[in-house]
Design a protein. Structure first.
Length: 234
């Protein structure tokens, strides 16, 4: 689910874009192991900081995106939690981003709809390194990310730019999911994912798993199932 709205200085709600979509799990072979909603990271946008205490922005754009296998009550609950926590963590800033396992929420004093944000991202790698053939592992990972991104932008029912899948690597399985912000074009989604794959490679390379999370797109891979198959639409 994605929504973006603007609040004027007079506190009149003026929606600029509302999109609600059923988010489809495209490759249903991925199963669920553990679905928590842990806090991951936040960033206060100091470039949008208040000029003086008590100042208010002329406009506040609120954007949120739930993970592709999280919707309905789970999505709404994550949004409410993230929104409240972001206000606490960035009380004097006009802008901020917060990531939870199931959702992303952004407050901004400018409308960035359809634009790729290359700056506000981070990587959370696994503590364990890959054993065995690391070159083969990396090739399989990059191919699967590319294939899933292509599926997300070409075969999914818009505007759910999400896909998840798995690949057997000997006795193990590699599980991957990709997702883009729903206001991006197909080309924008592919460009964002390609950028993150290259930009964060020193973080996730040779690791057994990692989350690479940004404002505009994200991907995750693990050697265990982490996508909730049961919650995906039938």
């Amino acid at each position: 689910m994605y929504s973006s709205s603007s609040i004027s200085k007079s506190l009149v709600l003026v929606p600029i874009l509302v999109v609600m979509a059923t988010q489809l799990l495209l490759m249903r072979t991925v199963s669920s192991l553990n679905m928590t909603n842990a806090y991951l990271h936040h960033k206060c946008l100091v470039s949008q900081a208040m000029m003086a205490f008590g100042d208010e922005p002329d406009m506040v754009s609120v954007t949120f995106l739930c993970r592709g296998d999280s919707y309905g009550p789970k999505c709404r609950s994550c949004f409410a939690t993230a929104q409240s926590e972001l206000r606490k963590r960035c009380p004097r800033d006009k802008g901020g981003l917060i990531w939870y396992d199931h959702c992303l929420v952004e407050f901004s004093s400018s409308d960035t709809t359809g634009q790729i944000n290359y700056d506000d991202g981070f990587c959370m790698p696994s503590a364990k390194n890959v054993s065995g053939d690391r070159i083969s592992f990396e090739k399989s990972l990059l191919v699967l990310i590319s294939d899933l991104t292509r599926i997300a932008v070409t075969k999914n029912q818009k505007p759910a730019l999400y896909a998840a899948g798995e690949k057997r690597l000997g006795k193990k399985k590699l599980y991957v999911m990709v997702q883009c912000m729903l206001d991006l074009s197909d080309k924008g989604c592919e460009e964002c994912m390609s950028h993150n794959v290259v930009h964060y490679q020193d973080c996730y390379k040779q690791k057994q798993g990692a989350r690479v999370l940004g404002r505009s797109c994200n991907f995750r891979f693990e050697l265990y199932p982490f996508v909730d198959q049961k919650s995906s639409p039938k």
